[in-house]
Design a protein around this ligand. Structure first.
Ligand code: UT7
Length: 330
């Protein structure tokens, strides 16, 4: 462990109020509650309706307010805000800056970063780097998405999976034997055809044609993504476990990205970790992309103890994936 490194000192989150049930989805595409529960493990997911609010910064502000309530901090002391999201409010300005302005984090420099479903573990590494450099002491990591805005509700291969939600953590400097320990992060951009949202960027700027071609929605080859997700998460977790001389018994919690219950089961089984040590809430929140891991930490916060060994792992578009080992700090 570095002498100076980051430790999570608080977690916050927010999920929108509207619950989109499998039965409601069954009225949009040819599917059923039974199929979705059996093949994906999701019973309902939250969706941000315009009546409630707009943009991922709406969720982020609520998540910061939740963090503030449980772990009061002076927002003026935050030096960096990193926001992992694939669905920013706008291409510019950043959702990090919008969120900071609305929550009093006026002295921070702020930026968004995109690593799809692996966004939280990527951002955690980046934030730890800022703190380990010795230059910064308080960093906020936000991670979340409003995937309902890029989900094709006529495509049954994707629409049951995706959801909206946002989590955040406060990271502070420590020299104690808790906090960020190690991570392995990977990317492979050689096969974007398997999981993509091709419209609206500089390659396919928005036109009537890109809208007609439904290019502004996520598309995936589910089977390819499924296999890569399992093997990649298992591989990086095993590497982290090995190089930190951890035994399975020493792992207190595994926090897998929540994309499909069968992916989670496979990863946990391969690692040999008892299922009760895995944080799983996919049944009620679905896949909130970058949001899934901090939303799990937020839900399990009261069960965590100082020094707990926690393994985070994710896989997403890019492809991006990895595993991160942290020791809980409070
Ligand atoms: O976080 C981002 C990364 N994304 C992921 O990790 C997603 C990974 N992939 C998956 O979760 C799964 O591949 C899916 C949930 C997308 C699909 O599940 P699957 O078990 O791999 O289904 P499949 O694509 O092999 O399709 C099996 C059958 C097909 O019917 P036929 O051809 O056998 O008659 C599909 O048309 O299931 C059908 N199907 C559905 N049936 C009812 C596919 N989607 C649905 C649906 N409802 N929603």
């Amino acid at each position: 462990m570095n002498q100076v490194h980051a430790v999570i000192t608080g977690v916050g989150a927010y999920v929108p109020q509207y619950r989109l049930s499998n039965d409601e989805l069954s009225n949009m595409v040819e599917t059923s509650d039974e199929w979705i529960v059996k093949r994906i493990g999701i019973k309902e997911r939250r969706v941000l309706k315009p009546e409630e609010g707009c943009g991922v910064s709406y969720l982020a502000v609520k998540a910061i307010e939740d963090l503030q309530q449980k772990h009061p901090f002076d927002p003026a002391e935050i030096e960096v805000v990193v926001f992992a999201t694939s669905t920013p409010d706008y291409s510019l300005p950043s959702s990090a800056a919008l969120t900071a302005a609305q929550t009093g984090m006026t002295n921070a420099f702020c930026f968004d970063m995109e690593a799809a479903c692996s966004g939280f573990i990527y951002a955690l590494d980046v934030a730890n780097g800022f703190i380990a450099s010795g230059k910064y002491k308080k960093v906020i990591v936000l991670a979340g998405d409003v995937l309902s805005t890029v989900t094709d509700y006529t495509d049954r291969n994707t629409c049951p999976i995706f959801a909206d939600g946002c989590g955040c953590v406060l990271l502070e400097v420590t020299e104690e034997e808790v906090g960020f320990v190690d991570s392995i992060l990977c990317s492979d951009g050689s096969s974007p055809e398997n999981l993509h949202l091709y419209g609206g960027g500089s390659a396919n700027p928005a036109t009537h044609e890109t809208v007609d071609q439904r290019l502004h929605y996520i598309w995936q080859d589910g089977k390819v993504v499924f296999k890569r997700a399992v093997s990649s998460m298992v591989d990086t977790c095993e590497q982290i476990v090995k190089r930190n001389n951890l035994t399975v018994e020493q792992i207190d919690w595994v926090v897998p990205h929540q994309a499909n219950m069968r992916i989670i089961d496979a990863v946990v089984n391969y690692l040999g970790v008892p299922p009760e040590k895995a944080m799983i809430n996919i049944e009620k929140y679905g896949n909130t992309s970058a949001g899934t891991i901090p939303i799990c930490l937020w839900e399990w916060e009261s069960k965590l103890k100082k020094g707990d060994n926690i393994l985070l792992t994710a896989f997403g578009a890019g492809f991006t994936w990895g595993a991160t080992y942290i020791k809980w700090g409070y």
